[in-house]
Ligand binder design. Sequence first.
Ligand SMILES: [Zn+2]
Length: 372
Amino acid sequence: MQFKDVVGQDELKAHLIQEVNQGKISHAQMFLGNAGYGGLPLAMAFLQYLFCENKQAKDSCGECNSCRKVNEMQHPDIHFSFPVVQAINKKSDFFLPDWRAQFASQPYFNLNQWTNRIDDKGRTPIISTEESQEIIRKLSFKSFEGGYKVMLIWMAEEMNLQCSNKLLKILEEPPAKTLFILIADSQEKLLQTILSRTQLLKVPRIHLDDLSKYLQIKYQQDGSTATSIASQTEGNLIEAIEMLNSNLEKNINRDLFIQLMRVCYKKDVNPMLDWAEEISGIGKERQKTFLKYALHMFRQSLLRNYTENQLTKTSAEEEAFLKNFSKFITGNNIHGFMENFNDAVYHIDRNANPKILFTELCFKVMRFIHFA
Ligand SMILES: [Zn+2]
């Protein structure tokens, strides 16, 4: 990871570059700030710069042997410690392949996303006493390549009390040429004894302009959407991407819904079958999200008819469609729509054949829509 790939954070980048170039590197640094602001990517760019064999004025070269190894999280002198699910394994090393894969695919991630990756049961991960012994053991060896030895501890606030206590001495007086990089989300959960032994680097929210520019370039968003998402998520890149994905899904559902209502209204059998074919291929979870979205739209239509648009919760695009459509949802057919779409969710959950299910649903919609 190079500094140029870290979104925003220009002040911190300048500070870290200066630290390396002036040779004034503190032996224990704490990157403190929400994961969505980029503590881990910043720390990795810093380490890559530190180890780079061909440093440029403002970034690592990105090409030398060291840069490659740091980037792949394969450098023998950089060790990683992070919360893991104790019931699976007590040591971080066991999860290193997952850790590297996560960083390679998306270096901005939070504890929740990490937990989802390593455990489908969603159990709470911690950094345990066993891991603290492992940390001390790893740092007792000389560095492989004669330079710094680094211990990066991600989500340091998840160290349990025994683990934290075991590390106090080595944090205070680390072996020569040892660097601790601690990364934490929230100060409240951190022990004062740990905090007082580190140099604190506060990672602030990403400037809105920087985040907006990133969303425009990386996710092809138009300027006003990107700025609106950046500001709604208050400079948090992880939340911005989540919002983007959920907006995208909403748009897909909206288009599927409009299409279904149109073909059923026109009683166009072939397009109805095409529609059923299309939705059969999108997978169970997305089918369920669509059905729930449709239920929401039926309720909104009815509400619109009875409250003259006072209580509806719809976007401008949905509103444009509902303006003409809502009159087709009335007391005569709402029950049929709700019952059949709810049933469909139930049957999808129990692995019903989606093609049969959605084809039947199309014919029911056709009947109900002409029974307003
Ligand atoms: Zn390099």
